[in-house]
Design a protein around this ligand. Structure first.
Ligand SMILES: Nc1ncnc2c1ncn2[C@@H]1O[C@H](COP(=O)(O)OP(=O)(O)O)[C@@H](O)[C@H]1O
Ligand SMILES: [Mg+2]
Length: 255
């Protein structure tokens, strides 16, 4: 089958800084890929290009064979490309359920106005069902009425992943979903990711290598805006250039 996502020669320049430098990347249906690399190597910028937050300086992006390079971020979400951010981004002043429903509605806004979506009970029911399933899927079923401000950082992260899932992604991009979490919370997130990856295509940026070597089928190592190595996790971890880049900078840990 064709690739879910195909990026060709993607670059992003910030003034004189080349954050992403002619990167090509593809992912097949149901594949799980980890992107690792030192701080500042361009991982988040690469996600920002894929998801449309920044226009690329150069290069094209295809999603299920269609050129989406010029598509707005919310249009990409509607087509099934959903991401989470490196820092948790949920509304503290809303309940768990409100966060889920409002986020889902926000992304469906265009279809709402174009198709009279709001007035259709079937579509309202479909959104409610997606939100409910996503909430249960991330273990927040019991907390649906809880104010988000009262959740632990770990639970907020779960909620954020829940919001992403409620949008029924075909491709899910997670930017360091385990950062800032306790060991116990990391185990919980990993359990959720293991479960959900069966039904979707996943790209995950992560610093804690040991956590994802058994989760993903392929690792891409980014350094100074380029992928310096790509392959099966075992093979990548034993690569000389990767080890030099890691332990040379002393930033990315295996633990
Ligand atoms: N909006 C921006 N404006 C200017 N420079 C940026 C911007 N976003 C990222 N950068 C720079 O691009 C480089 C890559 O950053 P980033 O993609 O966040 O790396 P990573 O996610 O791997 O830590 C860094 O040097 C960073 O300072
Ligand atoms: Mg980052």
């Amino acid at each position: 089958m064709a690739e879910v996502l195909k990026a060709e020669g993607l670059s992003k320049h910030f003034g004189g800084l080349v954050a992403v430098n002619q990167v090509s990347f593809q992912i097949k249906p149901n594949e799980s890929v980890g992107i690792i690399g030192p701080n500042g190597s361009g991982k988040t910028t690469f996600f920002n290009l894929l998801t449309g937050l920044f226009p690329p300086t150069r290069g094209r992006i295809h999603f299920f064979g269609k050129d989406i390079t010029d598509l707005a971020p919310n249009q990409r979400v509607l087509q099934g490309m959903v991401r989470t951010f490196q820092l948790v981004s949920v509304f503290n002043s809303l309940t768990v359920w409100e966060n889920l429903v409002l986020s889902t509605l926000r992304f469906h806004q265009e279809s709402l106005s174009e198709w009279g979506f709001l007035f259709s009970p079937a579509n309202r029911e479909s959104i409610r069902k997606s939100c409910f399933e996503a909430m249960k899927g991330v273990g927040l079923g019991k907390n649906w009425q809880t104010m988000t401000s009262e959740l632990s950082y770990g639970s907020k992260r779960m909620l954020e992943i829940g919001i992403a899932l409620s949008l029924r992604p075909k491709l899910l991009l997670l930017d360091e979903p385990m950062s800032g979490l306790s060991d116990l919370e990391i185990v919980e997130v990993l359990e959720i990711l293991r479960r959900i990856k069966k039904d979707l295509t996943l790209i995950i940026i992560e610093h804690k290598l040991s956590k994802i070597v058994n989760l993903v089928e392929r690792l891409c190592v980014m350094n100074e805006g380029v992928f310096i190595c790509e392959g099966a996790p075992d093979q990548v971890l034993n690569d000389r250039a990767v080890r030099e880049c890691y332990w040379g900078k002393g930033e990315v840990t295996l633990s």
